[in-house]
Design a protein around this ligand. Structure first.
Ligand SMILES: O=C([O-])CC(=O)C(=O)O
Ligand code: NI
Length: 243
């Protein structure tokens, strides 16, 4: 039996009730995505209160070295953040490396003033594939921010410039030469476990939303059996059959 199509805001509302781990399980199972949509190496530096899953369409921002031939975008990227979006900031490929700290930019791409403005405009959180500063400010705002690391000096204007908003981002995911693209409006789901991206153009969101509660239910039953002494292989076989 199939149910009526659900809207994007219903999907976002539903995903907020779950975790990025649940979404990764669904992306692995329903779409055979080996990495489960996960973008590795990001740490949550601040969170919302009450702490819950951050979900929203990606508003993408690209930073390049100051000497990049492309012009700087005329407006400040943070002043045009769409309501309910997740701000996703990345660097051009030449500023990324596939080992810690994942970027060659030692300065902070993002700080407290950016979170203050993003939150005012109704953004759900910010994901920075680079370093951030002003940790106490993000935490004081109870605004979720994820990043590769921290720094004290600002990067914007001193070592990098913003060359694109709502453009595809290429992220080095840690294997030589392998980049994953984040497109504007891809769905971002994040919590303390990490950050997941649902490539909205290439997946069946309805199937994912239908799979997640079944899998969460199965895992809860599996956990209960394991706590009562049942072997993992036995419990998983029992509850994951057909999923
Ligand atoms: O000034 C910057 O580029 C970053 C910063 O510290 C802030 O947003 O507060
Ligand atoms: Ni600052």
């Amino acid at each position: 039996m199939s149910s009526a199509p659900i809207t994007i805001s219903e999907i976002i509302q539903t995903l907020t009730e779950y975790t990025p781990c649940d979404v990764s399980d669904a992306l692995q199972k329903v779409h055979s995505l080996k990495d489960g949509g996960n973008f590795p190496n990001l740490t949550r530096y601040s969170e919302s209160f009450p702490s819950k899953t951050t979900v929203g369409p990606a508003y993408t921002v690209l930073f390049a070295p100051l000497d990049d031939p492309r012009p700087k975008v005329p407006q400040h990227y943070i002043d045009v953040v769409p309501e309910n979006s997740v701000v996703v900031i990345a660097l051009t490929k030449d500023l990324q490396v596939n080992y810690a700290p994942y970027t060659t930019v030692n300065n902070a791409l993002y700080g407290g003033l950016m979170s203050t403005r993003a939150q005012y405009l109704g953004a759900k959180g910010s994901i920075i594939f680079g370093r951030i500063r002003d940790l106490e400010e993000h935490r004081g705002l109870k605004y979720p921010v994820y990043a590769y690391g921290t720094a004290t000096a600002a990067a914007n204007g001193s070592v990098v410039k913003c060359i694109g908003i709502n453009v595809p981002l290429e992220i080095n995911v840690g294997t030589t030469g392998v980049y994953e693209q984040i497109n504007p409006n891809d769905l971002i789901i994040a919590d303390e476990n990490g950050v997941v991206r649902i490539p909205t153009k290439s997946v069946n969101l309805q199937k994912i939303i239908e799979y997640i509660p079944k899998r969460v239910d199965a895992d809860q039953n599996t956990a209960r059996d394991i706590a009562e002494g049942v072997a993992v292989a036995t419990a998983q076989k029992k509850y994951r059959a057909g999923l």
